[in-house]
Write a protein that binds this ligand. Structure first.
Ligand SMILES: [Zn+2]
Length: 361
């Protein structure tokens, strides 16, 4: 099994210089290969580029290899699923700066509370969690606000046996609250993004008014990216706590397999489109967290088909009430068995039952 970690690192001035050089070389190789590919030239390897551009030899060669792999993967994804993946694009200096390298028999390791990286040496790291397993790959990233992070992917023997689920919970996706559970819990999702939006708009205005190459612009850019970062981090923190608790409390979790990309495109009237709410509440991130955290404990996540009529069926007797296609119907009474339903809790209960059926089948 694989496990991912992310830690903040604090490179010194010299190491920052090496990182900058590596980011630049990786971007160069990636863009060069992309333009060669687009011009339908014969494919080239990083090794061949090194003949022509000597300075590429100065950085971690695995970083260049990984750039090539990433580009390959981007084309592969595009070919297999053109709806989901856009055309591979050129990397700009402004995007996140990053590179990946691999551990080859200890070339990447934790040593004296620091992390050793090829060509860079020992870098100060804030290890807030213990790393389990063998380090496979690491990705070094520099954010637009000038912070450095290392993402570590490890591999370890899974000793966890799948458990026989007894306690199930179903989650009905909710645009406003993130989800409503079959137990009647509402996630009460804080709207970080919208709350921070006022401040964002103010800084953004300042930014666009600033002179294109002025010294002030750079400062405002850093402030802007810090606001974004803060929102993202708080959201992640909220989702981590929520997913951990749900995973600990239940043996299996059932959700709808939603196509959020398609939903986000669907505009509705009023001040906000669906798009903003959906991208804000992080359902995608949340469900991925549930999936891997369940897996760690030998538990499972059931994905119910998106066409399953979870909001129409009576969770007591299976009667199908098409009146509930109207989204304004919040509560209803089953004409067949007389059960009183809250729209969302009933849907979540159906998702729970359908998930249990899938898992136990
Ligand atoms: Zn009924």
């Amino acid at each position: 099994m694989n496990r991912g970690y992310k830690f903040r690192i604090y490179p010194d001035a010299e190491q920052r210089g090496i990182f900058a050089k590596t980011f630049g070389c990786v971007r160069f190789v990636y863009n060069r290969m992309l333009s060669d590919k687009l011009e339908k030239k014969k494919s080239v390897t990083p090794a061949q580029y090194k003949e022509k551009f000597e300075w590429l030899r100065e950085v971690d060669s695995l970083a260049l290899c990984n750039a090539q792999m990433n580009l390959k993967r981007a084309f592969e994804n595009r070919r297999k699923n053109p709806k989901h993946f856009g055309k591979p694009r050129f990397k700009s200096k402004k995007s996140n700066q990053s590179y990946s390298t691999n551990n080859q028999k200890g070339t990447v390791r934790i040593e004296d509370g620091k992390i050793r990286l090829p060509k860079v040496g020992l870098v100060k790291i804030k290890l807030h969690r213990q790393i389990i397993g063998t380090i496979k790959t690491v990705t070094i990233t520099k954010t637009p606000s000038d912070k450095y992070y290392v993402s570590i992917l490890t591999e370890y023997e899974n000793q966890v046996l799948p458990i026989v689920p007894k306690k199930f919970v179903g989650l009905d996706y909710s645009m406003v609250e993130l989800f409503v559970s079959s137990e009647g819990e509402r996630a009460d999702y804080p709207k970080y993004y919208r709350r921070a939006q006022k401040r964002l708009r103010r800084v953004q205005k300042k930014f666009s008014r600033s002179k294109k190459f002025g010294s002030n612009r750079e400062k405002i850019r850093v402030v802007l990216s810090r606001v974004y970062e803060k929102v993202t981090n708080r959201r992640k923190d909220f989702l981590h706590k929520l997913s951990t608790r749900l995973v600990n409390e239940n043996d299996a979790i059932s959700i709808e397999d939603l196509d959020l990309k398609a939903m986000a495109k669907h505009k509705c009237g009023g001040r906000f489109s669906f798009g903003k709410s959906i991208s804000d509440n992080g359902w995608g991130i949340f469900t991925r967290m549930l999936e891997y955290k369940l897996k760690w404990q030998g538990k499972s996540l059931a994905k119910v088909d998106k066409w399953y009529p979870s909001s129409q069926l009576c969770s007591k007797c299976d009667y199908q009430n098409t009146d509930t296609k109207n989204l304004s119907v919040r509560e209803w009474t089953c004409p067949k068995c007389g059960a009183k339903h809250d729209r969302d809790v009933n849907a979540a209960t159906n998702i729970k039952n359908e998930g249990a059926r899938i898992i136990c089948a």
